[in-house]
Design a protein around this ligand. Sequence first.
Ligand code: MN
Ligand code: MN
Length: 469
Amino acid sequence: MKKAEELSKKLCYQRKNFWREASVNEKKLSFKFSEGYKAFLDKCKTEREAIEFYADILENKGFAEIDKAGKSAKVYRLARKKNAAIAVLGKKTVSEGVNIIVSHIDAPRVDLKQNPLFEDGDTKLGMMRTHYYGGVKKYPWMSTPLALHGVFVKENGEIVKVSIGEDEKDPVFVMPDLLPHLARKEQYSKKLGEAVSAGKMNLIFNSIPYLEDKDAKEAVKLNALILLNEKYNIIEENFLSAELELVPAGKARDAGIDRSLVLGYGQDDRICAYTSAEAIFAAKPNKAAVVYLADKEEIGSEGNTGARSIFIIDFIADLLKHNGESYDSATLRKTLLKSQVLSADVNAGINPNFPGVHEKDNAVHIGFGVSVTKFTGRGGKSGSNDANAEFNAKITGIFNKEKVNWQIGALGKVDEGGGGTIAKFMAEYGAEVIDCGPGVLGMHSLYELTSKADIYSCYKAYKAFFEKA
Ligand code: MN
Ligand code: MN
């Protein structure tokens, strides 16, 4: 019996629970680290706000804009206010390969349409039409307090920022759900995904009419425009060139009686943005290190701010140039081929309420550390990057040596569903790429749940990657 125990300890793969394995100090550090993380989540509810956050702190942390950086070893570039690259030169030259951690700073949400405002003829309520963004279940967005974040851009280029609903004194907005008493035909008889259709996701914006002129048509809508004009100096046409996003109002919170968890909006994938940025701020990198914060992952990494644009390649070329190396097309290609990428995104932790969709030996367990995911995709691994075993071994070897709490993690049972990450787009440049990030419960819901153990393990993993890979 004793021998079998010994043998199984030596031979069997076992996930390690952070709270059992970590030192008292490490546990304290995990709690402390999460305070900064929660503050980041509160400040950054949209991709623009995340980039603004880093625009505000990078210079103070010793980083210089790459085009005017002189000899600085710490450089960055922001692009179109929605994505960024942050780099630190390492002991080796850039052309020996770059270690990149890529995450995304967009999150599922509900956008206002470009012509959103209308007055409902029967109820005389001022309403806004919406268009959801990314993979959302629609019904949880109903009857919950929402904040409005974003910008109006005027023809003269002036940017008018909007943020309503985060301050306790602010009003919030709501898309009212149907009462259960009258939902029998309208909702209960339908499939869950059809119970709330996109056309029912209209926001109540205001209810008091313009009273100065009793003959005014659509007086409630008119009053809404008057209020918006007073506050932001905009007219209805300016909605056309606006990006206005509805997100759950309020702050990220500790969850659980032991405060071991974090509940908050947009943790997919700002958890990896924050942990990778903190890692590059703290690391003494071996090779040149790059943190890439991408936009538009939730809609397929499209557009000129998504990971499929040439932004990051162009940045690597400029990093070669900045380091005094040649940056011709061949050198750039070879540099990319020698590069290593952690595709930093969240994975689905086993939800004890719905364990059936996971295969538990291959799924992520909350509190058991950062997950290393060889492939994502759906069906027969379709649409996945599928990291090479050699790179997998290199990364987990580093994590073991650096005492990073890590675990094997696949998304769900085979054929249960699926999903992808940025990994495959980065792999197109020929670099080694693997998915690596924390588990989340309730991914893409209004309030996602993560473990402080995994947030901290993720930070440690990313730092180890920059220093040792
Ligand atoms: Mn994600
Ligand atoms: Mn996602």
